[in-house]
Design a protein around this ligand. Structure first.
Ligand code: ZN
Length: 92
């Protein structure tokens, strides 16, 4: 950083520009003023924000359940296809 220009980084959630403190440090916690998401600085060249890792547990659990549901959906989808063309599926 050569100049003293305002340091900004994009919120990964709402894409708004967030002003960082005058001397930001890697892994510093920032709360997005626009959407309230807990963020941390993950890169310093250029400055980059990502979701802070310790969400509250409810949120983490919800994400995990969403992922499971998506996986279930994919499996069901593949099973249906296998039933329709039940002779020599290409992956056997
Ligand atoms: Zn945001």
């Amino acid at each position: 950083m050569i100049n003293n220009a305002r340091i900004v980084a994009k919120c990964p959630d709402c894409q708004s520009d967030i002003s960082l403190p005058p001397k930001p440090e890697l892994w510093m916690r920032i709360t997005c003023p626009e959407c309230g998401t807990q963020l941390e600085i993950v890169d310093d060249d250029p400055w980059e924000l990502d979701y802070a890792e310790d969400f509250d547990e409810d949120e983490l659990e919800q994400d995990f359940e969403d992922e499971l549901e998506e996986q279930d959906f994919e499996e069901v989808f593949y099973d249906d296809e296998a039933d329709e063309e039940d002779e020599d599926p290409p992956w056997q």
